[in-house]
Design a binder for this molecule. Structure first.
Ligand code: TXA
Ligand code: MG
Length: 366
């Protein structure tokens, strides 16, 4: 099968191999869980690193330098990383995700110091935003330098840059940069159009079978924020929010003391796959603000009682918890085989705006 390296099991592979359905796995070896996914006659190995020690992260960084893929945790969602200057490695991201190649990737760096390697012009307001919100859940779109090739930007003249706020991600990036790396291209580690993963098990479930033996998944626990970064177009006189996130428009306006320009999708050539009508979708049909029939899934804030017969999938206490739990709740629906999930949308305050944005896309009729 394309993208897989078949390899028969042999005695040296593990102590004891347990088999469950089509998935079998080896016992932990030091801090590694070596997964062996079998399907028909195809067997693929990749490694989940469950204890991200300095040595493990150095190993992952050098694996990136060699052109392999490393999925890693961030505070928003898990990313699927490749050396952003390595065309072949980046091509594998698109293959593993099943994503069209004209959809650009975000380049992750460990600090603002590498920003001018990637961005040719950086407006004053973008520098202020970077100083205030990085490391953090914010991506800046800036005019690109020569380093940002078409294979990362999807052929656009600008590039998305982010400094994530997660100790594993930051350490990985620092070690990668110490080895001469300049940036890690990483989209969310899910199949195209699907729900972003917020823990390593979800990454494995989404893309594990498309990864190769030398690829790794770093486990850094559950992503604290739980929805993707705020994307801000910084190529114009005023910043424009292209994708809402934890850093809200109000926060940006009040910090910069200006009014944000409105995003005009009809006149904006910037291609953001998260701006497609359908995205962030589980297999279940998501419906908004209706009453669930018995057996259907139900997601709402904790103070909303569960309608009779509905399967409660999450009961967050506030919008922050809502963002943190949402994607897991949608995955839970799929794992329970639930076909329809009714979601009561949160008040559009703070991160509630971003949650509603994702839910509207998730509820697009398939
Ligand atoms: O929180 C996040 O942003 C996560 C973590 C892993 O950093 N990443 C993420 O990447 O959500 P992705 O590729 O799943 O979504 C990024 C969005 C895409 O819709 C992409 O089209 C858009 O950002 N994007 C990336 N570079 C861009 C660019 N140069 N111009 C316009 N949009 C861009
Ligand atoms: Mg994504």
């Amino acid at each position: 099968m394309k993208g897989r390296r078949p390899r028969p099991l042999d005695d040296g592979d593990s102590g004891e191999v347990r088999v469950s359905g089509h998935l079998s796995w080896a016992k932990p070896i030091e801090n590694k869980r070596v997964f062996c996914l079998t399907q028909s006659a195809t067997i693929t190995f990749m490694t989940i690193i469950s204890n991200c020690t300095a040595t493990a992260l150095k190993d992952a960084a050098s694996s990136l330098i060699k052109g392999n893929l490393v999925a890693f945790p961030t505070e928003t969602v898990y990313g699927l990383g490749a050396d952003a200057t390595n065309e072949k490695a980046v091509a594998r991201i698109y293959e593993v995700k099943g994503r069209p190649t004209d959809h650009p990737l975000i380049v992750h760096i460990s600090s603002m110091e590498l920003l001018d390697k990637w961005a040719s012009e950086i407006p004053e307001y973008a520098i202020k935003l970077a100083r205030k919100f990085w490391p953090g859940p914010m991506t800046l779109i800036l005019p690109r330098t020569e380093l940002a090739k078409d294979f990362v930007t999807g052929g656009q003249n600008n590039v998305g840059i982010r400094v994530p706020e997660h100790s594993v991600a930051l350490e990985l990036l620092k070690k990668f940069e110490a080895l001469g790396g300049l940036g890690v291209a990483a989209p969310s580690a899910n199949r195209f159009g699907k729900v972003s993963p917020t823990n390593s098990e979800a990454v494995e479930e989404e893309i594990g079978k498309f990864l190769l033996e030398a690829d790794q998944i770093l486990d850094g626990g559950s992503s604290q924020i739980g929805i993707e970064s705020t994307i801000i177009d910084c190529t114009k006189d005023l910043p424009v929010v292209l994708r809402p996130g934890y850093i809200t428009s109000e926060m940006i306006e009040s910090f910069l003391s200006l009014n944000l320009a409105n995003f005009d999708s009809a006149n904006n050539k910037v291609l953001v796959s998260g701006l497609l009508e359908a995205h962030y979708s589980p297999n279940a049909q998501v419906k908004l603000n209706g009453v669930p029939n018995p057996g259907e899934g139900f997601i709402a804030l904790a103070d909303v009682p569960t309608p009779v017969g509905a399967v409660r999938l999450a009961r967050p206490k506030n919008n922050d918890e809502y963002a943190h739990e949402l994607y897991n709740a949608l995955r839970l629906a799929d794992s329970k085989g639930i076909k329809t999930v009714q979601v009561i949308t949160p008040v559009e305050q703070g991160v509630g705006v971003a949650i509603k944005n994702r839910l509207i896309k998730a509820s697009f009729i398939k």
